[in-house]
Design a protein around this ligand. Structure first.
Ligand SMILES: Nc1ncnc2c1ncn2[C@@H]1O[C@H](COP(=O)(O)OP(=O)(O)O)[C@@H](O)[C@H]1O
Ligand SMILES: [Mg+2]
Length: 247
């Protein structure tokens, strides 16, 4: 993959029961950008993310990752480029131990055991969870599970990180650690979240979805600081920005 852009063009999607979840969604994300996807519950954030790696098939429109148009046939390539952290870590962790979960992807990709071992150690170290490698994932706290889920994705060395509500259910310390981790990545990042303080800290750009449509796309501070826009789409202006501009 020569460059790591993500381009979505006129994407439309309706679920099998007829619920229309995306309408003519278009945007382009360049290499290294950190982009937040915000919007009220049901706005279409998860549906959109699931199109980026072909988990949901493109019904109408186009999704391009790097040089690849994502289709049923090429979804495997998109999945190699895009590391997806699902909203629920329990969807991502299923092996008897943390180390086996983190090793699962690299082993499946056919990496030799010594390289797998190195990837596991590096990924767990990166998220501060090396001490948990022998533990069963289902016994971990929500924050630990989230961190390990991120490690399973990092171990695959993806070009692009996609996360669905990564700070949900985290205590303040785990959330701060997550924010620092996300800030430290040079990856292209696409983060669907209700956590607007995380957006302020991590993302340079915000895309606002409402009713499956893109209603705003621009610099994070400009968009988040626009109280009328935020309120009109079921969101609110983050407190940290209020402190910057006291009335
Ligand atoms: N499996 C599904 N079947 C039918 N409708 C769904 C399904 N998943 C989500 N939806 C609907 O699609 C719309 C977008 O949902 P979703 O992408 O989950 O929004 P968000 O992640 O922004 O909360 C909502 O109206 C939701 O009810
Ligand atoms: Mg969602």
């Amino acid at each position: 993959m020569s460059h790591h852009l993500v381009a979505v063009k006129d994407l439309y999607y309706a679920y099998p029961d007829g619920t229309e979840a995306l309408h003519d969604v278009s945007f382009r994300i360049e290499h290294g950008e950190a982009v937040a996807l915000v919007g009220a519950n049901g706005a279409g954030k998860s549906t959109l993310l699931l199109h980026l790696n072909g988990t949901l098939p493109t019904m109408r429109g186009e999704v391009v990752v790097g040089d690849t148009v994502v289709t049923r046939e090429t979804a495997v390539l998109a999945r190699r480029a895009i590391g997806m952290v699902f909203q629920d870590p329990d969807d991502q962790l299923f092996m008897p131990t943390v180390a086996e979960d983190v090793a699962f992807g690299p082993l499946n990709a056919g990496l030799p055991p010594d390289q797998v071992e190195r990837r596991v150690a590096t990924a767990l170290d990166r998220v501060g969870m090396a001490h948990l490698q022998g533990r069963p994932p289902y016994r971990l706290s929500a924050g630990e599970k989230r961190a390990v889920a991120i490690a399973t994705v990092l171990a695959m060395a993806p070009d692009i990180l996609v996360m669905d509500e990564p700070s949900a259910n985290l205590d303040p310390r785990a959330r701060r650690r997550l924010i620092e981790l996300l800030r430290s990545f040079g990856h292209t990042r696409v983060i669907a979240t209700h956590d607007l303080e995380l957006v302020v800290a991590v993302c340079s750009r915000v895309i606002v979805l409402d009713g499956g449509r893109v209603v705003a796309d621009g610099p994070a501070r400009t968009i988040l600081d626009d109280e009328d826009l935020m309120l009109a789409h079921g969101l609110e202006r983050p407190h940290s920005l209020r402190h910057l501009h006291p009335h």
